[in-house]
Design a protein around this ligand. Structure first.
Ligand code: NAD
Ligand code: SER
Length: 317
């Protein structure tokens, strides 16, 4: 029987992934943990603990006491926030993952680790369209540097110690359950909330900034597919490219205006523009499709319709 620990469970991905895992493995077998208290649905549906992943002694104790067999390590400082405090972000992002990789090497029951990478591993010298799985990687953000180093550590622990660590380079994720946590792609979530709450949005990226994105349901399915894939199908232990949809703020606004023609949008690019400009515009996910199967169900139109419907219902509109 699997006993799963989710670290960073209160965040944008964790709050949905934990519930999806509880449906598969049973509520009592999925332990949600975070620095802070999470949404009520998460606390009410299964075990929830406040736990700092940087506290390695408590982490080891927790993993042994609860006989954890898999860890999903989602705690990190995202791209926008990381640029404000680069060394702190580096420390948190790297040390937390090293704590977990080392635990997986030492604790016999602990069989599988999921650690997310990002499109931020790529930089301005990477081919920006249909960015291949293996290509030039010269990130210019501290977040991207930490993700690239993380990928190398994952491969190292797999090669040297046989740790079964699996990883995806998530694109910008769009969801309605939990608001985004300090990244550069956050505009594509914020705009829906502001459209519904105020009918207006000031975008922090230029209107022609194309970025790779994905609706959360597709990202959760991909994550679980990868983690459930037979070991022989997972041939890459650094991280897999994941191909979703690509669009610019202007294209997203046009799609939202099909439902809300009155939406007012202005553009005021800030420091996150330089981060976005350094990232790819679209991703080639053929290797993930070939190795363990990956299906994208949401295009821009379907995602927009669902986001608006769910956020309107959240605000009783
Ligand atoms: P988030 O910021 O929404 O959530 C992260 C959670 O980690 C937060 O709830 C935070 O409280 C928690 N946390 C922070 N420090 C912690 C600590 N020391 N101990 C325990 N918990 C701690 O982030 P997210 O969007 O859910 O992203 C999760 C992971 O996926 C991150 O590694 C991120 O880099 C990666 N990722 C996310 C996206 C995206 O678009 N959301 C894209 C690419 C990669
Ligand atoms: N969505 C993330 C960010 O913008 C990408 O890793 O930081």
């Amino acid at each position: 029987m699997e006993r799963i620990l989710v670290i960073g469970a209160a965040g944008q991905i964790g709050s949905e992934l934990t519930l999806a895992l509880r449906k598969i493995y049973g509520n009592d077998n999925v332990f949600a943990t975070d620095l802070r208290m999470g949404p009520k649905e998460l606390i009410d549906s299964g075990p929830y603990y406040v736990l700092d992943v940087m506290d390695d002694k408590r982490l080891i104790h927790f993993v042994i006491r609860h006989r954890i067999t898999q860890i999903y390590h989602l705690a990190a400082v995202l791209s926008g926030n990381a640029e404000k405090l680069p060394l702190q972000a580096w420390h948190i992002n790297m040390q937390s993952m090293l704590n977990i990789l080392d635990l997986a090497k030492e604790v016999e029951d602990l069989k599988k680790i999921f650690w997310p990478s990002s499109i931020a591993v790529f930089g301005p010298s990477t081919p920006p369209y249909q960015t291949p799985q293996n290509t030039v990687m010269e990130p210019t953000t501290v977040y991207g540097i930490s993700k690239l180093a993380g990928e190398r550590w994952c491969e190292y622990y797999n090669l040297k110690f046989g740790v079964d660590v699996r990883s995806i380079r998530y694109p910008g994720l769009i969801s309605y359950k939990t608001e985004a946590g300090g990244g550069t792609t956050d505009y594509a979530v914020e705009i829906f909330y502001e459209a519904v709450r105020n009918g207006a949005y000031e975008c922090f990226l230029r209107e022609d900034t194309e970025l790779p994105m994905m609706f959360m349901d597709d990202a959760i399915s991909a994550t679980i597919n990868l983690m459930e894939a037979p070991a022989e199908k997972v041939k890459i232990h650094s991280s897999y490219n994941l191909e979703g949809i690509s669009f610019t703020p202007a294209q997203l606004v046009a799609e939202i205006r099909k439902h809300m023609p009155e939406l007012a949008v202005t553009y005021k690019p800030d420091f996150r523009q330089a981060i976005a400009d350094s990232w790819p515009k679209s991703i080639d996910g053929s290797v993930a499709r070939e190795h363990w199967g990956m299906e994208v169900k949401y295009d821009l139109a379907r995602m927009t319709e669902l986001m608006l419907r769910e956020i309107k219902s959240k605000y009783g509109k």
